[in-house]
Ligand binder design. Sequence first.
Ligand SMILES: Cc1cc2nc3c(=O)[nH]c(=O)nc-3n(C[C@H](O)[C@H](O)[C@H](O)COP(=O)(O)OP(=O)(O)OC[C@H]3O[C@@H](n4cnc5c(N)ncnc54)[C@H](O)[C@@H]3O)c2cc1C
Length: 500
Amino acid sequence: MNPEHVPVLVVGAGLAGLSAATFLGLHGVPALVVDKHPSTAQHPKARGQFPHTMQALRIAGVDEDFLAAQPADSGFTIKIAASTSGPVFTTILAGGSPDFSAFSRNAWANASQEKAEVILLRRARELGAEVRFSTKVESLAQDSEGVTAVLRELPAGATREVRADYVVGADGHRSPIREWLGIGRHGRGVLSESVNAVFEADLGEGFDGRNVVFYLQNPELPGSGGALTSTDHRNRFAIGVGQVDEVDEQRWTELIRIATGLPDLEPKLVEQNSHTTVSALVADRFSSGRVHLIGDAVRTMPPHGAMGGNSAIMDGFHLAWKLAMVVKGQAGQGLLDSHDSERRPYSEILVEQQYANMVQRNSPQLADGSEAELIDPALTILGYRCPTGAIVREADDDGALFEHPAEPTGRPGSRVPYSESTVDIFGRSFVLLTASSTWDEKAADVAGKLGIDLVIHHVQEDPARYGVRRDGAVLVRPDGFVAWRGEGDLEAALRTALAR
Ligand SMILES: Cc1cc2nc3c(=O)[nH]c(=O)nc-3n(C[C@H](O)[C@H](O)[C@H](O)COP(=O)(O)OP(=O)(O)OC[C@H]3O[C@@H](n4cnc5c(N)ncnc54)[C@H](O)[C@@H]3O)c2cc1C
């Protein structure tokens, strides 16, 4: 019997895998998603969706669901303190997030990872993905025509083969797929280990129903520090402290009293002794043949800055349109080479930014001058560029990896300059922005010849904003990045961007 055949097999139903499946579905390619766990995440992990993530989630039609999933008080507070009762050393956020409304219609959201995964799971299924839990990938073998995966139903069920044209490895930081492909990682390695608990207690005014993160610097805590965060449940908190060994119930009570500065507190332990390893590592390559890695499989970083979950979702967003166009025969396989060249340089910077955040926020003892200078979050969120990738690079491009979204250039490899009037036209296909109707027939002919969807949108504003003349045009990719601009050969530009 021939094995089941699917266009794309996604391994891992975390934020990265479910995002990839959702956006693949949006682009008309139903994926098979498998995960060895019986369900989506059950434990408090990531929280928070940044404006770029919310823009992508709006394209998927779920931004409102994310807003609805926020805690009652969605304001976010991040403090560095000895305990939640103080003294507070630094307030990083005080119930709000930076205002990016000048260059993003979508603002921030604060849904938890548990809720985020449920929303993405539902949407991925609605858009045609088949998601099978309790299903482990035991091996992958690829040849020039496709990839054969051996799946085992858990616990200890039968194995069966699936044949996929492409595989997305969204299998988390241990990534067996990365290991099977022989792809190494580089970076600062393991930075810290913590043991964690979840407890219920009334911490008083200012905590109930709020979104709080306290980075604790306190010599009475193991490793002199830890973190205490709110969860989706009122009066329920997660705590992590800097040691590997498990802690008994009485010691947890002592640690929670130190962390809260409330010596008489009687916390009720809900979970105890899960472990977290914090590391800063980037995969040496993000792709190998027909297998493309995303999420924690390609980068791990300290949680300080909350980019782990956000970049996992964005990896799925940026990879899906490329995979879909290749699967549909609209692009050459070379388009997929840009997954590595576009996402890896950005990932290297994100990891170093979060490491620098961690040193500043709760590991000052690690400061040795090797930390990156912290850059404006507007750059890492809405200003990153891909000067090398699925674009027609301009001769004078300086290769900068960032440009401020308040001063957009419109050059290829950059996010298209933000405008209220165009924000809703990006996401599903290539778009040609122009002020001139002379492009209409030409663009329709080229789209027909190449067999792709190309939306032509007449802009009202001065095209100089995009760096083109009145008779020029700007070609925008489905992920909202500029592929090409100018007055010349649109077909040649599309062929370059799509590796045809
Ligand atoms: C305590 C903690 C706090 C965090 N806080 C934040 C935060 O505030 N903000 C933020 O943005 N990020 C945060 N992160 C990071 C964030 O949780 C991760 O970056 C994110 O979950 C990565 O998603 P992923 O889909 O890549 O990987 P995962 O969520 O790890 O998913 C990988 C999936 O692959 C599956 N899998 C693995 N091997 C196989 C196999 N062989 N077969 C089938 N399935 C397999 C696993 O079962 C798993 O479900 C935090 C992480 C932790 C642990």
